[in-house]
Design a protein. Structure first.
Ligand SMILES: C[S@@+](CC[C@H](N)C(=O)[O-])C[C@H]1O[C@@H](n2cnc3c(N)ncnc32)[C@H](O)[C@@H]1O
Length: 251
């Protein structure tokens, strides 16, 4: 028989400004015994921790875990399992534990893998996810441009853009390119070919937030925290021939 665990939380801390952390996230942070913050390398500070810090009580332990920027599944799985064990150890000692993650916890976040790892190790654990404001929401707000309107779909693309954006814009006139820093030149080419509107936002909601429509200008000073919003004007609908269903049915 194993001891019961305190709750384990995954908290989406928002895009950068501590004021964009939700009230619920802040309330949970006031109760936890420890937070676990992600870092991408030993020598990099955790932005998620910087966002959460103003909300942490003085006696809250701060743990940090390195999640390498690699696609080697075995390396990542080991990192997720190690982090899950750290959260479980805090919860087993009787204090709630929280993993901090940027933006929303369920959108391209390490949290989803940790959540699975925690439940694999301790199926009896109570695990709660606290949603957060996504980076793309903050970017749209920063540039005063909607992510999507009416019935127009929105596509989120977290990878290198295809050489032609036609296949993507056929699906949706609004595309959010996340993890865009590595691909700014390619994105600039594709956007120009298409004649689309594109705006890049870097370190949104942070004091050094920057916005540009010249994507190539940022190729040199890359920041991982870069999102590009692309919009194409949808083709106007072809007028339907009279009497072929183009008008609303009258009753
Ligand atoms: C692993 S994803 C995390 C997404 C996050 N969970 C969310 O809900 O927004 C990382 C990407 O999010 C975007 N991002 C995160 N914070 C950002 C910020 N403050 N400004 C602009 N983009 C940001 C960037 O595209 C970055 O490469």
């Amino acid at each position: 028989m194993t001891d019961s665990l305190a709750t384990i939380y995954g908290i989406g801390v928002g895009p950068g400004d501590p004021l964009l952390l939700t009230l619920r996230g802040a309330a949970v942070l006031r109760e936890v015994g420890a937070v676990l913050a992600p870092r991408s390398a030993e020598d990099r500070d955790s932005l998620a921790l910087a966002i959460a810090r103003p909300h942490l009580p003085a006696d809250c332990a701060v743990l940090e875990a390195v999640f390498p920027m690699t696609e080697q599944r075995a390396v990542l799985e080991q990192a997720w399992e190690d982090a899950a064990r750290e959260l479980i150890a805090v919860a087993a000692a009787g204090r709630p534990a929280a993993f901090l993650t940027l933006g929303d916890a369920m959108l391209y976040s390490t949290w989803s893998y940790l959540l699975a790892a925690v439940l694999r190790l301790r199926p009896d654990a109570t695990v709660v996810t606290v949603p957060g404001i996504t980076a793309m929401s903050a970017c749209a707000a920063a540039v005063g441009q909607p992510l999507a309107e009416g019935r127009a779909p929105l596509l989120i693309w977290p990878d290198e853009p295809p050489a032609s954006l036609d296949a993507l814009t056929a699906l949706a006139p609004n595309i959010v390119f996340m993890k865009a820093a590595r691909h700014l030149d390619a994105l600039a080419d594709a956007v120009e070919t298409l004649g689309a509107d594109a705006v890049a936002v870097r370190r949104c909601s942070l004091p050094d937030q920057a916005v540009t429509r010249d994507l190539r200008a940022w190729e040199a000073g890359r920041s991982y925290f870069t999102t590009v919003l692309v919009h194409v004007d949808p083709t106007p609908p072809t007028p339907s021939p009279a009497g072929r269903g183009g008008e609303k049915e009258s009753k």
